[in-house]
Design a protein around this ligand. Structure first.
Ligand code: ACM
Length: 537
């Protein structure tokens, strides 16, 4: 009953003593608690069928309050025989406390309608809790395979249930452009669609011979952002520049290196890897993307905006007279400095507009504005260098928390790319590099798990890769766990036994502990597993 996940800082309970919720139990909301009140009424109201009236009616009270003396995003939950008192250090903390409350009601509280004859009771507990990190993220790649809006809203609910608070939304890549930009309509008219889509990893010979794609209208984005905000989740958009841009170039050929190749012949890419077709380092391209970011800033109120910056092959720039002239005009040493110049341009541009740039760790290579932050994906080294240079860091090393990588070594794993990273490996992931001083560690603002979807063509595949590992990741991001070797994985597994039942009630197609179900297994035709880091899946 008290298998709360992620593990709270402090939980004490009384054996065999309960508060029973019934039709006369009231939900009384104090000042500033409206979002959590709405969520409890809608979500717990649906799951339990209880009216949760706003004024006391003799069946005990669930009372919501704020107390700024509690930590940021922290909460205290008291369940006594007379009722529940949930207090947040702020509105977000109160919401995370409501997630704990739902867990304490049992797995059926995760359903969308009540089971017949179900009674609802809470164990008498006191929970005091607050997160370890302020950035507890999940990156969703909706470019390689589009996730329709409903799926994104569902993932926001799944994140909230795990107390995760940043959705890093990877909206553009070589294989698709997923956000409507009204001043450049072809980005989605052309760039959101590919004529066929690949099944399996990069070397797979299989394509599905029907168009794949989709995009979010600006109203869809507004809805996603608002839905996230109701759940105290920030959506950080990513527009990847200057590499990973073939979909944009297919839509607007003038964005590419037109003096090197015939960019009018390019289509949205239909295979995996890193496309050599990158943006041209021209004023036209800068103005075009400023226009894109102007619309983006209207849609996304997040402090951070992600500009990608990863994996930009320089071959076309080496062969382009235009790029070479630009290098000379700016007195740059080489193509790497040209990339840094583009990143710095958007760093300044975003800073002038009161936002902060975040990018993949390649952006460190050219020098950054003080406020810029780094997502360390090629291991820990980028994060260490960034923190030492005084930049904030989000740790998401591919060796640990790339959830596209397989979670067991067996032949049965569906499309088994990458390192084997088990549930236990994720549980023992430590976001703060050991070599940082306490001061430097303060720059590690958090961590995120990244979900690249080359080999995840539908919701079931995404669920399989993400769960149960996201539960372990959530505990790493939220809970004050000891050093990796000292973490009590057996206790985590015991709590997972309850958590699997919550995931069942939520309809999550996770990887079962005993291995994939028959329909989740790898079809034999996709070739042998690829070992080691897939440079590009
Ligand atoms: C990345 O995985 N290319 C950031």
């Amino acid at each position: 009953m008290t298998d709360v996940l992620p593990l709270p800082q402090h939980l004490s309970s009384q054996e065999d003593a309960f508060f029973d919720l019934g039709p006369d139990t009231a939900l009384v909301a104090g000042e500033g608690t409206g979002r959590t009140e709405r969520w409890l009424r809608a979500t717990l109201g649906a799951a339990t069928g209880l009216p949760l009236a706003p004024t006391p009616g003799g069946g005990g009270v669930v009372r919501l309050d704020l107390d700024p003396a509690l930590p940021a995003e922290g909460y205290r939950l008291d369940v006594a025989p007379e009722g529940v008192h949930l207090t947040g250090g702020d509105a977000a903390g109160l919401f995370w406390g409501a997630q704990t409350l739902r867990q304490l009601l049992g797995p059926d509280a995760f359903r969308r309608a009540p089971l017949p004859e179900r009674h609802w009771r809470l164990p008498l507990v006191r929970v005091e809790d607050a997160p370890r990190f302020r950035w507890r993220g999940l990156m969703l790649d909706v470019a390689r395979h589009f996730m329709p809006k409903d799926g994104v809203l569902r993932y926001l609910d799944l994140m909230a249930a795990h107390k995760l608070n940043v959705l890093h939304f990877h909206l553009t890549d070589d294989q698709g452009w997923r956000v409507e930009i009204t001043r450049h309509p072809k980005l989605t008219e052309t760039g959101a669609w590919r004529s066929r889509t690949k099944y399996g990893h990069r070397a797979s010979p299989l394509w599905e011979d029907k168009p794949h794609g989709g995009y979010y209208t600006q109203d869809d984005i507004r809805e996603i952002v608002a839905y996230a905000a109701e759940r105290h989740i920030t959506v950080v958009p990513e527009i990847d520049v200057p590499g990973h841009s073939q979909a944009a170039i297919a839509a607007y050929p003038e964005l590419g290196n037109t003096d090197v190749i015939d960019t009018t012949a390019l289509s949205v890419w239909d295979t995996w890897g890193v496309s050599p077709n990158v943006l041209a380092p021209t004023e036209t391209v800068l103005r075009f993307y400023e226009g894109v970011f102007e619309e983006l800033l209207e849609l996304f109120p997040s402090e951070f905006v992600h500009i990608g910056g990863d994996e930009c092959p320089k071959e076309q720039w080496r062969r382009s007279a235009t790029a070479q002239a630009r290098i000379e005009e700016l007195a740059l040493a080489d193509e790497d400095e040209l990339q840094a110049w583009i990143i710095q341009h958007f760093d300044t541009w975003l800073t002038e507009r009161g936002r902060r740039l975040i990018g993949w760790d390649e952006i460190l290579e050219g020098g950054l504005a003080k406020g810029a932050a780094v997502a360390s994906w090629r291991g820990y080294a980028g994060g260490v260098a960034a923190a030492r240079a005084g930049h904030d860091v989000v740790m998401c090393p591919e060796q640990q928390v790339y959830l596209d990588h397989r979670q067991a070594p067996g032949e049965d794993e569906p499309v088994p790319i990458g390192f084997v990273r088990t549930l236990e490996d994720v549980y023992r992931f430590e976001p703060v590099p050991a070599e940082l001083t306490p001061d430097e560690s303060g720059h590690v603002i958090g961590t995120q798990a990244n979900v690249w979807t080359e080999v995840m063509e539908n919701q079931g595949r995404v669920d399989y890769q993400v769960f149960p590992r996201l539960a372990a990741f959530a505990e790493v991001a939220w809970s004050a766990l000891p050093a990796p070797a000292d973490r009590d994985y057996a206790a985590f597994e015991r709590r997972m036994a309850t958590h699997y039942r919550r995931l069942d009630a939520l309809g999550v197609a996770y990887r079962p502990p005993a291995g994939p179900l028959p329909w989740q297994r790898r079809p034999g035709v996709l070739g042998r597993p690829i070992d080691g880091p897939p440079p590009n899946k």
